[in-house]
Design a binder for this molecule. Sequence first.
Ligand code: FES
Ligand code: FE2
Length: 397
Amino acid sequence: MISQTVCPPAPLDPAAVAQALRPFGESRMLPRAAYVDQAVFEWEKQHMFGGGWLFAGRSDQVASPGDMRAEPFGTGSVLLTRDEGGVLHAFANTCRHRGHELLPCGASAQHKVIICPYHAWTYGLNGDLRAAAGFKNRPGFATAEWGLHELPVTEWHGLVFVDESGQAGPLADCLGNLEEHVAPYEMERLVVAGQHDYDSAANWKILTENYHECYHCPSIHPQLCKVSPPRSGKNYAAPGIWVGGWMDLRDGMATMSLDGSSSGVPLRGLDATGLRTVIYIGVFPNLLLSLHPDYVMMHKMIPLAPNRTKIECTWSFAPESLAKQGFDPGYAIEFWDITNRQDWQACESVQRGLSSPHAVPGPLSLEEDAVYQFVTMVARGYQGERAWTMGIPEPAR
Ligand code: FES
Ligand SMILES: [Fe+2]
């Protein structure tokens, strides 16, 4: 059962937002303020990055009992723990005493309990308060009332999602039919063999919009166009909090790499179509999943400012690939590192261009239908609808 809770609208001109929601072919991009304005950014952090399910981390980062990790989340951070029974928990990363972070954001630890670094209040891995110096037998202090604030958490194919609002409903309902596209890749058994962290001087939506179209590929991605025809593929109808589609590999190309060859082995669950295509999925609002015949690339976006986004990019491979003699993940990492940097450069130029007071929202080409889907989701969110309760319409083609 999905909640219908409505949040306050974003501090934007409603008429400009409505322009983005006109039918595909007539619509305009989001208002300029959506990319440059601090107040809009703060609204997004609260209502888009803290208003429902958010990709918080990977299961392998909290794999064993006692593992804990803090990740940026909404307007604050979230503490993930794996308890003695193997159950994953998510808590607001704030001590119940006077609010100190329990673990620095971005840090990992291994311990039997959670100890606040400030005055050493101690919690179990399940969030129960176990010890608070000087509070024992203090009248009116009931230990049971001072456990950590727990948030709904779900693992999905090795990815950890947390719902800060507690109102988004089951993740599976929010993801709609994404499961059928993603399941064959068995991401839960893949192993991360490379990571690049980027700091891009662009708004997170500019990065997402760029990800969802290949209209720009002939201009800026010569390496990509060599292995994948930029006008190939189609976008999915995406009921749920995601947008995406697929593209073909050229004949003779096994995967996305500089020469089209793979150093690994194909993922065992893929059919003939999966072996000849690359699927590009954006799970709202912070996860980009690129599913290749032999590896999965993930971008996790962490918005730092209206014009700045941290991007954690990882490459995951099947255990069979890692076990292969002479395997080197560089073929995938190098290709996408070049392509990522081409993209960030373009996005940063868009950000600078949109700083001009003369920038007005432009129209979308027919090749930008997935951008339209994403913009629709954002614009409806700006109007006060929670993204996690939307049914996203199929774009007219
Ligand atoms: S703030 Fe955590 S023990 Fe005081
Ligand atoms: Fe690109």
